[in-house]
Ligand binder design. Sequence first.
Ligand code: SAM
Length: 339
Amino acid sequence: MSRALDRTRPPLYGDLSSWALIHADALAFLQVVPTSSVDAVISDPPYGLAFAGESWDGEYLATGEGFQAFSTAWAREVHRVLRPGGYLASFGATRTMHRLVAGVEDAGLEVRDQLLWLYSTGVPKGRRMPNGLSSALKPAYEPILLTRKPLPPGRTLTQHVRETGLGAIDIEGTSADPQSRSWPTNVLLAHEERCAETCGPRCTVRVIDEIAESERRGARPVSRLFYSTKATPTEREAGCEHLPKTKSEIFSSKSGGRPRANQHPTVKPLDLCRWLVRLVAPRGGLVLDPFTGSGSIGCAAVLEGRQFIGIERDARYVPIARARLAHWTKAALAEGSQA
Ligand SMILES: C[S@@+](CC[C@H](N)C(=O)[O-])C[C@H]1O[C@@H](n2cnc3c(N)ncnc32)[C@H](O)[C@@H]1O
């Protein structure tokens, strides 16, 4: 293992009061994180799909067994470092979700739910072939697994929440319509990027709202679901202005090949990450993301007033995550001082 990935002395960045980013292999570094020291883990781990040709998403993860064994290995450490009653929320992919769920459950975490994040701007992972054939549908949702470290034996949920603040999710803080005290659902919707003024004809939110509108018979409108658009170019790049920009094939069709500093292929939207933070991480608590990438979950955590520890192994993404975390921490401080 190179010195940069030495698990006892890996490079560490951040202000260390609101966030820390460790450039290390998660499986190695998690072993030195103290037991029962983290309030919530929110992560977007590799999906085992060799996405965008990235080796971190392929190689030994490319078989079902390999991916499941990897999921159990990191989730075992997550189970150990979480405080009892603490939640793990993990993004997954439709093709490998069954392995993620089984792997995480085998590590000792209780499966509580599977959320669906629906959108309409996914890129098909198959090719068009003659005679109207292809090997894949266009993706329009991502599953998010919600699990919890079991409560100590003999402890009721009410007792545990009262004594530790852990074990329950915040349904009031995540309701799309807090005035009406409506219960948040396990389906989350994304607008298309161009929906700022008016929704495009294929926008999921518009389609569902229109169906709801036409079918409504005094029932609650579906528009009380939480909406989160995919990460826009502006959001991805915020804070990265000083980093070198390069063109990327992944984004070329969407943005006309504009050079970008944030080259991460799977950036998650801050709105959605903030919603997850509010849902599972107690106020002021500590959030861990062992697969930080460009840092979206960390940025969301600091924006929601939680402390954050991130781990990222790939040297290409560490400066991007650092820049974004520093940017959004400053924004959170400015927001706080104006409040
Ligand atoms: C799906 S991406 C996360 C993207 C992130 N949610 C974002 O918004 O940018 C997964 C990340 O995990 C990192 N990774 C993969 N295996 C790792 C390991 N063993 N230890 C630490 N990081 C790892 C990859 O380099 C990649 O950046």
